[in-house]
Design a binder for this molecule. Structure first.
Ligand code: ADP
Length: 168
């Protein structure tokens, strides 16, 4: 390993919308990574219950991470390992909140290694207060008019309010 080679990682996900849990993972990653590419997966766009289009998710992420010059937010389609390789990243960052995340994450990490031997998946756990936080929970609670101000940054809250007038 070259001491001069920058460490580049990708952090893939749906980010519908980006939450304080995602922000926590990004902050932790920047402690050991030189550059982080946050990738919004377009494949999952048709997923049931989606709230924001990929473009809107990226706009929100630009607001949330805009001041972080080592963070870049882009969308991608196709295989994650292809996206990582093209981005010059050998590391995939994923968040692990609870045992319930483990099965899927473990399978995905093993499959990605099958697809590209050199890729490493790094799992990070968030601040305990964010362990129960997910984008789907934010969408669900917000769509029922519940307060999600402890779960997302102000620009995201603002956008949720515009999208869901019942939120107040
Ligand atoms: P995906 O559809 O790929 O799960 P998400 O946007 O829901 O996309 O999550 C992206 C990544 O961020 C996943 O690895 C997920 O486990 C992680 N993540 C989501 N919410 C949190 C959180 N509150 N704390 C830590 N990691 C999280």
């Amino acid at each position: 390993m070259s001491a001069n080679r920058p460490i580049v990682a990708v952090y893939p996900g749906s980010f519908d919308p980006v939450t304080l849990g995602h922000e926590d993972v990004v902050r932790r990653t920047l402690r050991f990574c030189d550059r982080l590419i946050v990738g919004v997966a377009e494949n999952a766009t048709q997923a049931k219950g989606q709230l924001f289009e990929v473009g809107e998710r990226l706009e929100l992420m630009a607001e949330v991470f805009g001041a972080q010059e080592r963070v870049e937010c882009v969308s991608f389609s196709g295989l994650l390992v292809d996206f990582a390789r093209e981005a010059g990243a050998r590391f995939i960052i994923r968040g692990l909140r609870a045992v319930s995340d483990f099965d899927y994450e473990f399978q995905m990490a093993q499959m990605n290694r099958e697809l590209w031997r050199d890729v490493e998946t790094i799992f990070l756990t968030p601040e305990v207060g964010y362990s129960f936080l997910s984008s789907s929970l934010v969408r669900e609670v917000a769509s029922l008019g519940g307060d999600v101000s402890a779960a997302v940054s102000p620009p995201v809250l603002e956008r949720l309010r515009r999208r869901l007038p019942g939120l107040g």
